[in-house]
Design a protein around this ligand. Structure first.
Ligand code: HEC
Length: 153
């Protein structure tokens, strides 16, 4: 019995170490690509909602509900890609990402909070409230880009 327990712990240990090693092997340029991809998908699902809030796209409550749900998950994804190992990579991320980490984290949490509120609002059926919440999400995107992303030329 003692032997079985020991070997099981050994196996678990190998699995954990193996996993950590696999993580460490992700190349910095791949991390950059992944975080940019997550950002691109955020834009894909947020863009139409922003258009609705601005009256440029006809309002569609079921699209809002679907995209808000996607967005809530997507807003959790880019951040582990901002690894200090990516500092030397070609990227639009400003150095402040790695020096002002508390503020960067705060901006992530603000986005996640507003995205969660958008999910709730989209279930409520009040179009004006939903549009206001879409704008609130948009502000968190823009606010972080203002501080942490290179200005577009
Ligand atoms: C906490 C900060 C932060 C928030 C919040 C944020 N972004 Fe970004 N975003 C960045 C940074 C930093 C980059 C640059 C990433 C890079 O080039 O490595 C970026 C890049 C992008 C890009 C370009 C991706 C590419 O292919 O290069 C898009 C599009 C984008 N963000 C959309 C959004 C949208 C839409 C939201 C809100 C729903 C959002 N972002 C919220 C920090 C943020």
């Amino acid at each position: 019995m003692k032997f079985i327990t020991g070997s099981m712990m050994f196996v678990a240990g190998v699995l954990l170490t193996g996993n950590a090693a696999a993580q460490a092997q992700v190349k910095p340029e791949v991390l950059v690509k992944q975080r940019q991809s997550a950002m691109t998908l955020q834009a894909k699902y947020f863009g139409p909602l922003n258009g609705m809030a601005q009256g440029k796209v006809p309002y569609n409550a079921s699209v809002v509900a679907r995209n808000a749900g996607y967005l809530e998950v997507l807003t959790k994804m880019p951040w582990d890609g901002f690894d200090p190992r990516t500092k030397g990579e070609k990227t639009a991320a400003l150095p402040a990402v790695f020096t002002d980490t508390a503020k960067f984290k705060e901006a992530q949490e603000r986005l996640q909070g507003e995205a969660a509120k958008l999910v709730s609002a989209s279930k409520g059926g009040d179009e004006d409230a939903v549009k206001a919440q879409i704008r609130a999400v948009g502000k968190t995107c823009g606010g972080c880009h203002e501080d942490f992303r290179e200005k577009k030329k």
